[in-house]
Design a protein around this ligand. Structure first.
Ligand code: IPM
Ligand code: MN
Length: 348
């Protein structure tokens, strides 16, 4: 019995989570496992009504679950940063989900903007550090509001934080067992403190993994290669900020936010799975958003729970229905959100 916490969140979050849960219900019967859901109301709407973002008591309670299934966080009536910091990043930080795992995989039948690239070329995973760097929130204003103003935002990189992320990436590359190639994406030529640490740790840990081929690319070059030669990549390990940026690029080359999923992983605690697109307010309540990213997040959650077969069944069902869809983009799928979910269930 897996206790799973569900935070549908804002905008289209609840709609896509509903489809994901439909798929979860169907696959649990097929694969023969049991789970129990508990829904939490947190998000922009809840904040506007109650003034509460995410109380510490919720963190304590969430620690009792096996996994968290999250829709989307973000509300047009809430000032930027409030929900991001107070809810999404608080969950990641307080639950110590130090890895953000983001597969970039182009499924057959999905359109990519990369001319002459196909599913064989676009299949890699980004291991993004998820608790440090510029996201730590360390900084200050000096002389705020004056012509002499200086705003500092510090990239915090600890030996422990970098090492556990790099180790996870090496382990993951070995376990993935594809090309067994791990690329460090950083900016060692400019960030001569922070990324010197990353470089040293990467090369040190690499010695323990002689079966894994290592590579290095600056972040700007990584963007170039992701577009020009995405087949170069197997697994990429990178910092929180760079990982945020390159995984949006990754989502685009794999067919858009409609299909891109990610996991916030604490290997020794509670992990959280989410579609990586936002709350998409303009599509809310219209039954036009693509739920496949949420369905794939559910597939990732199942793999992490140890239900590997169920996870693969969901992925295969998704691959089966993709050719029936006109597009991965909201409003252009040739069917509604709920129908996509129904078809995945049927394909199962
Ligand atoms: C993501 C998002 C978040 C991030 C935002 C909403 C804080 O863009 O999950 O990539 O920057 O990590
Ligand atoms: Mn992002």
């Amino acid at each position: 019995m897996y206790p799973i916490a569900v935070i549908p969140g804002d905008g289209t979050g609840p709609e896509v989570i509903q489809e994901g849960l439909k798929v979860l219900a169907a696959v649990s019967k097929k694969a023969g496992f049991q789970y129990q859901l508990k829904e939490f109301p947190y998000g922009g709407e809840h904040y506007l009504k109650s003034g509460e973002i995410l109380p510490d008591s919720a963190i304590t309670e969430l620690k009792k679950f096996k996994a968290i299934y999250l829709g989307a966080i973000g509300h047009p009536k809430v000032q930027p940063g409030v929900l991001e910091r107070g809810l999404l990043l608080k969950l990641r930080f307080d639950l110590d989900q130090y890895i953000n795992l983001r597969p970039v995989k182009l499924y057959p039948g999905v359109d990519t903007p990369l001319k002459s690239k196909g599913p064989d070329d676009i299949d890699f995973v980004v291991v993004r550090e998820n608790t440090e760097d510029l996201y730590k929130g360390v900084g200050e204003f000096k002389n705020k509001g004056t012509p002499e103003e200086v705003a500092l935002q510090v990239s915090v990189n600890t030996r422990k934080g970098v090492e556990r992320c790099v180790r996870f990436a090496f382990d993951y590359t070995r376990k993935r067992n594809r090309r067994k190639k791990l690329t460090l994406c950083a900016k060692t030529n400019v960030l001569t403190y922070a990324h010197d640490l990353w470089w040293r740790v990467f090369n040190e840990v690499a010695k323990e993994y002689p079966d894994v081929t290592t590579d290095y690319a600056h972040v700007d070059a990584t963007c170039m290669w992701m577009v020009k030669n995405p087949e170069f990549f197997d697994v990429i390990v990178t910092t929180n900020m760079f990982g945020d940026i390159i995984t949006d690029l990754g989502a685009m080359i794999q067919g858009g936010m409609g299909i891109a999923a990610g996991g916030n992983i604490n290997p020794n605690g509670v992990s959280m799975f989410e579609p990586i697109g936002g709350s998409a307010p303009k599509y809310t309540g219209q039954n036009v958003i693509n739920p496949l990213a949420a369905v794939m997040a559910c597939s990732m959650m199942l793999e992490y729970l140890g239900e590997v077969k169920a996870s693969q069944m969901v992925e295969q069902a998704v691959m089966k229905i993709i050719p029936q869809m006109k597009s991965m983009s909201a409003g252009k799928m040739g069917m509604g959100t709920t129908e996509v979910g129904d078809r995945v269930v049927k394909a199962l």
